[in-house]
Ligand binder design. Sequence first.
Ligand SMILES: C[S@@+](CC[C@H](N)C(=O)[O-])C[C@H]1O[C@@H](n2cnc3c(N)ncnc32)[C@H](O)[C@@H]1O
Length: 240
Amino acid sequence: MRIDIVTLFPEMCENLLKESIIGRARSRGHLQVCCHQLRTHGEGVHKRVDDCTFGGGKGMLLMADPIAKSFDAIVEHTGVKPHILYMSPRGRVLNQEMVKELAAHESLIILCGHYEGVDARVLEEYDVEEVSIGDFVLTGGELPAVILTDAVSRMLPGVLSEDVCFEEESHYDGLLEYPQYTRPAEWRGRAVPDVLLSGHHENVRKWRRAESLKITRKMRPDLYEKVQLTKEDKRLLERE
Ligand SMILES: C[S@@+](CC[C@H](N)C(=O)[O-])C[C@H]1O[C@@H](n2cnc3c(N)ncnc32)[C@H](O)[C@@H]1O
């Protein structure tokens, strides 16, 4: 998969995405990430990319043309039709289902807004999907773009090592993750649940499932409402 990020601050994205798991995955060729300077396609000697809004109001808006030229240059280079995203507080709020959907694309372009945002016409022209990372407003789309890139990348084959199983993590199947513990088996008088030390895999599996259900019910009743409880789930919860 290839992800192209169009931004006024490519180094901000690059610095985060060159580290740790995503950085290693990139150098091993499991995914390609390229961060592009929007200003390259700016207007005039000053490479202008923004202007004030029609109709009045404070703040500047990123102009359509430099954005369109950035998209065109990427597509010309890759030769692949991309799915184009604009990180925006107005967009569909990102969740794990969307992350799985996005990870199925061969090529994503992510546009980072700044100031008041971007000229609406470029979003229509390129059939851009708006994606939010939550109901709050940040100063720019760079951190949201990095968050989306990280979440999508870890779904790709080879990015996570074999001992990390994203299918068991929070949100993958609509539940939150069960509590986890490491050594020592007792810490400040708090013991690890006996079942986890028993070596009985089936009992560990049932305990984890029950804990996931209980934590989701307590922390995120909105998610719990959507869970289709199996007969086993009901039995596990009755044991409380
Ligand atoms: C100050 S915001 C613009 C907010 C815009 N005027 C509005 O009211 O919807 C500047 C940029 O930050 C990014 N941004 C801010 N909050 C975001 C969020 N919750 N999710 C994704 N991107 C966000 C977007 O790219 C946006 O264009």
